[in-house]
Design a protein around this ligand. Sequence first.
Ligand code: PRP
Ligand code: URA
Length: 207
Amino acid sequence: MALHIIDHPLVQHKLSIMRKKETSTTEFRTLLREIAMFMGYEVTRDFPLTYEEIETPLMKMNAPKIAGKKVVIAPILRAGLGMVDGLLSLIPAARVGHIGMYRDEETCQPVFYYYKMPAEKDRLVIVTDPMLATGGSAIDAIRRLKEDGYTSIRLMCLVASPQGVKAVSEAYPDVEIFLAALDEGLNEKNYILPGLGDAGDRIFGTK
Ligand code: PRP
Ligand code: URA
């Protein structure tokens, strides 16, 4: 299992503000976008470089540029959308797919309602979702992507429970997980504790 926890002080400080119950929707959304950008820095850290000859105003040089796979950002709707703009500001040429699913409130099982990804399957997919609770949504999303032909997948979440990380990494040990925080656990409704509440409602102001 490859688990990366982004413990940069700016990320941790911003996350603490997001967790506060009095934080407004406007502030929550802004902070999520900013954290996603910082996290994107780590998610892309191992991207391979190639070199091309360029000319500065003074001389020629071999300058590095990103090589390798192109990127698809794939938010799990709705809450994953809140991390897309931050990543796009780092990787402006990335494609954006959409994976529409929600967690049934009775059964806690994920229900698909939309799926749209680019045609090329040789891209690196960065799945975004702020909350990794039981892991059910992420596992179903990854399964769907693999069935569709994607082989290179990373999962970027804000907050996770230990159960969610275990479930995803047992189901898909090849999928690297990036988090801002690994929390204590889940409550009886499978909300992350201490968590930050319902991420979708807090991003979109629907509660
Ligand atoms: C939340 C969250 C994850 C899922 C996590 O979405 O954004 O997708 O629950 O739970 P799990 O790990 O137990 O599957 P939700 O179903 O509330 O939908 P929303 O984003 O539309 O609010
Ligand atoms: N979904 C959320 O938005 N928050 C949680 O704590 C768990 C699932």
